[in-house]
Design a binder for this molecule. Structure first.
Ligand code: ADP
Length: 447
């Protein structure tokens, strides 16, 4: 096992990793930009290194700064968290070239899954059901129009390098194709330096269901059921739950087995998420994320396992601490994402926290790097915390969420907390009857 690891991230996920490492008796190194000198992850780690100015490219994304921090402190491995360098194949290669361990999948797996076309081809070949669409990239507008005609509208044009909801455009009819095709390409180029696009059938009322998988890199893999992340705004998740209210035990076992087998066959190592759209009882693969997800705690809650601990174990060469038969679902869990944003426009609301009080009690977990007097810098993601609740069933989890939100105090900045109070007053949230468009439609109706 490692003696010391470096966490190449900030905020709540850096704390999350420090907590797992501490329980394992592993020393931790935090890295931070000058804007984060007073951040909680810096205070909580055993050591810290300032790696550059506020702008991420010069700090949290800087390969030389992070590798140097490892060498100075003697850290043997790097946990990337999510975002930043977590899915950067080139970084993984460089980490390994320096004789360090990347706590995550191989550069090759990141590369294959980071390109949505090769990811889809790979998954198809492994027997995972995919959204019907073009066979690989679509190079010209004529080809795109012909495919639209053949598949039937609506269709979605997606940048193969896309992520975070960028580089995706829907064409409702043939008349939309030209602008959708051109915009998706332009966005792919501007945001990811790659204008290759592909086309998929646009599913009209699906749910977003993702399967948590975990591999040991030696051909063994398990699944940890699904998360329903259908409540999204601009393709960004805001509320996640496990198990999914629309998924039966039989469906879970079946799709879970397909996913675990697929990643076992490619010797996948560590945590991964296979994302599907789910409509009329069918699963359609859309992409695989080769990292720990923001919403991983809902899975941890219902299975009672620590996914970060497990990531560190397999990265160090140990076996997983559980097998498929050990994994049993217990109750229901819900996570809400607390962003420093001002409603109704969700505009960023950085600033000083004048008062912070985290909720507690049975079945409540608050993952946040906030503290009284903390100043949220304007340079990074607006996620300031995740409130996760666990109950014996969905109704208990919802009641607990309501209770915990009532206890939470975050003063000094605007947050998305009022959104969740409002959602908890909606019948559809209680019955679980929502799909990927529900939240956008609801927000429109409130405006
Ligand atoms: P990103 O990598 O940007 O997150 P994804 O491929 O994961 O993109 O898709 C994000 C979201 O976009 C999905 O959760 C879903 O809401 C929507 N989406 C993607 N593909 C389709 C599709 N074929 N039909 C309908 N909605 C889709």
């Amino acid at each position: 096992m490692f003696n010391k690891i470096l966490i190449a991230n900030r905020g709540e996920i850096a704390l999350r990793v420090i907590r797992a490492a501490r329980e394992m008796g592993i020393a931790t190194v935090a890295v931070h930009s000058t804007a984060d000198a007073d951040a909680m992850h810096v205070r909580m780690a055993d050591e810290s290194v300032c790696i550059g100015p506020p702008a991420s490219p010069q700090s949290y994304l800087s390969f030389p700064a992070i590798i140097s921090a490892c060498e100075i402190t003697g850290a043997e491995a790097i946990h990337p968290g999510y975002g930043f360098l977590s899915e950067n194949a080139q970084f993984v290669q460089i980490v390994e070239d320096h004789g360090l361990t990347f706590i995550g999948p191989t550069a090759e797996h990141i590369r294959v899954m980071g390109d949505k076309i090769t990811a889809k081809d790979t998954m198809k070949a492994l027997g995972v059901p995919c959204v019907p669409g073009s066979d690989g990239g679509v190079a010209t507008l004529e080809e795109a129009k012909a495919l639209g005609q053949e598949m039937g509208y609506p269709v979605i044009i997606k940048a193969t390098a896309g992520g975070g909801g960028r580089g995706m455009k829907v064409a409702q009819t043939a008349a939309d194709m030209e602008s959708a095709f051109m915009t998706a390409r332009a966005e792919g180029m501007a945001a990811f330096g790659n204008d290759e696009v592909y086309i998929e059938k646009y599913l009209t009322t699906p749910r977003h269901i993702e399967i948590q998988v975990f591999g040991d890199g030696k051909g063994r893999a398990v699944h940890l059921g699904e998360r329903d992340c259908s409540l999204q705004r601009r393709h960004q998740k805001v509320f996640e739950e496990a198990p999914g209210p629309a998924i039966s035990a039989e469906e879970r076992t079946e799709i879970g087995r397909v996913c675990a087998d697929a990643v076992a066959k490619i010797n996948y190592i560590g945590a991964g998420t296979i994302e599907f759209l789910y409509e009329n009882g069918e699963f359609y693969f859309i992409e695989m994320n080769t990292r720990l997800q923001v919403e991983h705690p809902v899975t941890e809650a219902i299975f009672g396992v620590d996914l970060v601990r497990e990531q560190i174990r397999v990265a160090s060469g140990l076996d997983m601490s559980f097998s498929q038969d050990d994994l049993e679902i217990n109750g229901h869990s819900i996570e809400v994402r607390l962003n420093a944003e001002k409603l109704p426009n969700f505009s960023p609301s950085p600033g000083r926290i004048t008062q912070y009080h985290a909720p507690g009690g049975l079945g409540v977990r608050m993952d946040s790097a906030l503290y009284d007097g903390y100043r949220i810098p304007p340079y990074y993601d607006s996620l300031i915390g995740k409130l996760i609740v666990h109950g014996r069933d969905r109704a208990e989890a919802l009641a607990r969420l309501n209770r915990a939100l009532g206890e939470l105090i975050i003063d000094g900045v605007d947050t998305t907390v009022p959104l969740f109070h409002a959602l908890l007053a909606e019948k559809d949230i209680h019955t679980g009857e929502y799909n990927i468009h529900w939240l956008e439609k609801w927000l429109e109706a409130q405006a």
